[in-house]
Design a binder for this molecule. Structure first.
Ligand code: FES
Length: 351
């Protein structure tokens, strides 16, 4: 079997447990951004929908650190996935990927998971709005549509700080050729004089100029929290219905919110296997209380999307408000997401 041979009887990659992906290739996208092509050694098929993400885990001196990255690749391939990662100053995980995830290296991965993407916001016509690394799910949408022959009607508007930071810029023209109803606009907040694209901020008026029928379209938006807040306000003002708007962000800095406790009863959380226990004050999730008590629970998105923190609850009950990181049949079997669960009683977890 060589690299072009499709392995016979390929199993499906298990999205509900950690596994090892091998780096097949690395390519530079911008001076600070690389794309990593990853695949399982056994040729298992990785089945996902455009807009989904995977969680990656690396060891930092005995501390396991996890991060989510949206898949940027075409979901039609199933043989490999691609993540596109910007190196950030002080970004422990992104720097580690840039330095250590070379061709042939392995990395632990969990998922794919998540509900963001055209599969969850059904529409005939879309606007794909992204800023910075938020372009990755949009690339997966358009690459998948092109590969599957889907006649995608979409306005794809991407904002970068500078033209040299536009990810996959060279891929967009060929994609437009393959998708006749795809229109692409790239906007740079600053640019040299010779650049022919739009320079400035993406505001409501520019959005209306670029997509005059925006009120009739479904919107997928991904980028920093401030960008998404501005875009949501603009598209709602333009008449987009709430159910036709979806957004996604993995801005971990924004997740370090202050813990606000309530006046209700404190519940006791016990780990049956390790025997460890801690208090969960009213208002906190089990994950927040565990962190406050210094007890590690593997987690990543902290938003109920990735499924990393999933565990079996053997006693008690919780109020759980998740974002797709757990399936109904898992909930029926007693699994919960500690990041999205507030205890109604004392709780015992199977860990
Ligand atoms: S940490 Fe992602 S679902 Fe709990």
């Amino acid at each position: 079997m060589n690299a072009f041979t499709r392995p016979v009887g390929r199993a499906e990659w298990r999205a509900d447990r950690w596994g090892m992906l091998r780096c097949l290739a690395v390519r530079d996208e911008t001076p600070s951004t690389k794309t990593f092509v990853l695949a399982p050694d056994d040729g298992a098929r990785i089945v996902y929908e455009p807009g989904q993400f995977m969680t990656f885990r690396a060891d930092f001196g005995g501390e396991a650190v996890e991060r989510c990255y949206t898949l940027a690749s075409s979901a039609a391939s199933e043989r490999s996935v691609e993540i596109t990662v910007k190196r950030k100053p002080g970004g422990r995980f992104s720097n580690h990927l840039h330095d250590a995830l070379v061709r042939g290296a392995g990395i632990e991965a969990f998922g794919p998971a998540g509900r963001f993407g055209p599969a969850s916001v059904e529409a005939d016509r879309y606007v794909l709005l992204s800023a910075g690394s938020g372009v990755t799910p949009m690339l997966s949408v358009v690459r998948t549509a092109a590969d599957l022959g889907i006649d995608l009607d979409a306005s794809f508007i991407h904002v970068a700080r500078h033209p040299r930071e536009i990810i996959a810029a060279v891929d967009l023209v060929p994609l437009m050729r393959r998708l006749p109803n795809l229109r692409v606009a790239t906007i740079a907040t600053s640019a040299p004089k010779r650049w022919r694209g739009t320079v400035g901020r993406l505001q409501a008026q520019l959005l209306a100029d670029l997509v005059p029928d925006i009120g009739t379209r479904a919107i997928l938006c991904c980028g920093p929290e401030g960008f998404m807040a501005d875009m949501k306000a603009a598209v709602m003002a333009a008449g987009v219905a709430e159910e036709n708007y979806a957004e996604e962000s993995f801005d971990f800095g924004a997740m370090e919110e202050a813990l606000a406790t309530g006046a209700g009863p404190t519940r006791r959380i016990t780990f049956a296997k390790s025997g460890r226990s801690f208090d969960c004050p009213d208002g906190l999730t089990i994950l927040q209380a565990a962190k406050a008590a210094g007890i590690p629970i593997a987690s990543s998105c902290a938003k109920g999307m990735c499924g990393t923190c999933k565990c079996l609850m053997t006693a008690g009950n919780v109020a759980m408000a998740h974002n797709g990181g757990i399936r109904d049949r898992e909930v029926a079997r007693g699994f919960i997401l500690p990041c999205s669960s507030r205890p109604n009683t004392d709780i015992v977890l199977d860990r």
